[in-house]
Write a protein that binds this ligand. Structure first.
Ligand code: FE
Length: 369
């Protein structure tokens, strides 16, 4: 595969006009064009969404392998080459059954963007539940955790103030699974302890956590003063554009990961949907629970990428960090997320307005507009 006269955007080497060649599944050659700066299309590392509950009518907790295929194909049209279907707080058997669907899907498909499963809950703060079902949020149970940790589990969101958290953290990290802090009412000290024990990642900051006070730093204060990486839902609703810009100024592009946090109603008409056993009403593109609580999101990934660029006025190099490399790094994945020789050819070709033209997964075209 060869891409001529493209604007190559690498999160480390930056932006330059040139050509990129892939051989089998890796990037084999990159040539910079000297002089002329004209280019036709933009080539970026494939997008990564580590936090999405569903799309196109498919929901992580109830999907079949066929449903997951439909969801994956939709995400190809968004330039996504790696994603983690994400659960809500649920029963151990429901969570485990979703993890098995993901495991079997990966086993049955040699070419897939499904990287594993993200458990968002059920060990969360009731006070900071957001749209999580309060009846299914519970205290930490190490035996239950052990039973639900099968090989497809890549990421777990947990509240660090819960009793038994330190032991749970040790158990999860020992298994090579990434831990993320979220839906939490923790103190600064709880957050700091988790950080010092090796967790440096925050789930959909600052949604589902206590806020900053100058005499009580809390979760937000800890996240801003310690080198945590933060997921941010980039719909302009969960965090206003001005807040995204503020966090970009404080933490920099190296510490932000765009997520969608989408639900099954994404790319679907207005109506009634379900999220973790609760009714969700989608009206004018805005999903809420019956009491008006914002219920996850319905934005598409390429829209989230364009939003980030618009909210922060960042460079394309920075955009490649927040849309791909940072999320991969946070899960210890090192073979992709860059346009550099030897890296896996997971790529997205965009026009100048950042609309997806083509998606390449492991050296093969999986979407073309
Ligand atoms: Fe959440």
């Amino acid at each position: 595969m060869r891409f001529e006269n493209v604007l190559v955007v690498d999160p480390i080497d930056g932006e330059f006009v040139g050509s990129v060649e892939t051989e089998e599944n890796v990037i084999s050659e990159i040539k910079r064009v000297k002089g002329t700066q004209e280019f036709e299309r933009i080539l970026m590392p494939g997008f990564v969404d580590p936090h999405t509950h569903g799309s196109v009518g498919v929901d992580t907790l109830s999907m079949s392998q066929k449903d997951l295929e439909k969801w994956e194909n939709f995400l190809y049209s968004q330039g996504v080459t790696y994603f983690l279907p994400t659960t809500m707080s649920s029963t151990p058997s429901a969570i485990l059954s979703a993890a098995r669907v993901v495991r079997d899907y990966i086993k049955n498909n040699s070419l897939t963007s499904v990287g594993g499963i993200h458990y968002e809950g059920p060990y969360l703060s009731l006070k900071r539940k957001g749209a999580q079902n309060p009846e299914l949020i519970r205290s930490i149970d190490l035996k239950e955790i052990e039973e639900t940790l099968i090989e497809s589990v890549k990421l777990i969101t947990m509240a660090p103030e819960l009793e038994g958290f330190s032991h749970a953290q040790e158990l999860i990290q020992k298994r090579g699974i990434t831990l993320s802090l979220g839906h939490t009412d923790a103190t600064y000290e709880d957050m700091e302890r988790a950080y010092n024990q090796g967790c440096d990642r925050i789930t959909h900051f600052p949604n589902g956590m206590n806020t900053l006070h100058h005499r009580k730093l809390g979760c937000v204060g800890a996240v801003l003063s310690l080198p945590f990486s933060v997921e941010m839902i980039m719909d302009g609703i969960h965090s206003l554009p001005g807040f995204v810009k503020l966090i970009f100024g404080i933490k920099g592009a190296e510490k932000i990961m765009i997520v969608t946090d989408t639900i099954d109603a994404t790319a679907m008409p207005d109506g009634e949907y379900e999220l973790g056993g609760q009714k969700v009403i989608l009206k004018n593109g805005r999903p809420t629970l019956e009491d008006g609580t914002i219920a996850a999101a319905v934005l598409v990934f390429s829209g989230a990428v364009r939003n980030f660029r618009e909210f922060t006025d960042c460079t394309l190099k920075e955009l490649a960090m927040v849309s791909s490399l940072n999320a991969l790094n946070s899960m210890g994945i090192k073979d992709r997320g860059r346009i550099s020789k030897g890296y896996r050819a997971d790529l997205v070709l965009l026009d100048e307005t950042l609309e997806v033209q083509e998606t390449i997964l492991n050296g093969k075209t999986v979407f073309k507009s």
